[in-house]
Write a protein that binds this ligand. Structure first.
Ligand SMILES: [Zn+2]
Length: 224
């Protein structure tokens, strides 16, 4: 398979939607905190609702990418058909579980970061503007971009792995080869893996993605 189809468009779309959800959450959080901020005015329901919004944004896009890459990969096999119901179901299950898991971690960090920021407000004698600036860092565009790039990579690889698994039912066995852009931007983690087969210095647990903002992908060759 080639690199992710429409990668730029997908990254942008996911980043934009994440950013929008995060901006909305930040605005609500500031309103709930009040002036001066009171941490205990932020109810559990706020964290639950903002987490749910993120799961919905991430889940729908990664599901779409998963299916798209699975289809593209299968197209390379001409006449072979697989049970699409199974791949579609795998996409739904994987996207839902992964989005929930990822958002759980993100929300934990947001929560801790916000709590620390409110404590600093009092300890450091901040203004509300200082507090907002600190919170904007974790709710800002940079974080959305990192998540978008990494999750596009992950969904594409997972979609292809689902196809490979289906093809095995028909006696077609393939092995993954790590692909990087192989340019000066490739990091020291991914660089040495370029064109290396699965098992040769890396396993599926290593990625791609191997790290936040990893844009690597895999292609497949028939097993010997
Ligand atoms: Zn990489």
């Amino acid at each position: 398979m080639t690199a992710v189809i429409d990668r730029e468009e997908l990254e942008l779309r996911l980043a934009r939607r994440l950013n929008k959800a995060q901006m909305k959450a930040l605005k609500e959080l500031l309103e709930l905190l009040g002036d001066p901020p009171d941490w205990y005015r932020v109810p559990q329901t706020f964290w639950e609702a903002s987490g749910k919004a993120l799961v919905s944004v991430i889940g729908s896009i990664i599901e779409e990418i998963y299916v798209m890459q699975a289809e593209a990969m299968l197209a390379g096999f001409g006449g072979i058909g697989v049970e699409w119901d199974l791949i579609n179901q795998a996409a739904v299950d994987w996207a839902r579980a992964h989005a929930a898991d990822l958002v759980g971690k993100l929300m934990q960090r947001s929560y801790e970061f916000a709590r620390q920021a409110v404590a600093d407000f009092f300890e450091q004698g901040w203004t509300m503007g200082d507090l907002e600036a600190r919170l904007a860092r974790v709710y800002g565009a940079q974080r959305a971009e990192v998540i978008a790039v990494t999750e596009v990579t992950r969904a594409a690889v997972e979609g292809e792995r689902a196809t490979v698994k289906e093809l095995e039912k028909y006696g077609i066995f393939m092995i993954e080869i790590w692909q990087t852009e192989n340019d000066e931007l490739v990091c020291p983690i991914c660089g040495p893996r370029h064109e290396k087969r699965e098992g040769d210095g890396w396993t599926r647990d290593d990625g791609p993605p191997a790290h936040p903002k990893c844009r690597c992908w895999v292609n497949h060759v028939m097993k010997d």
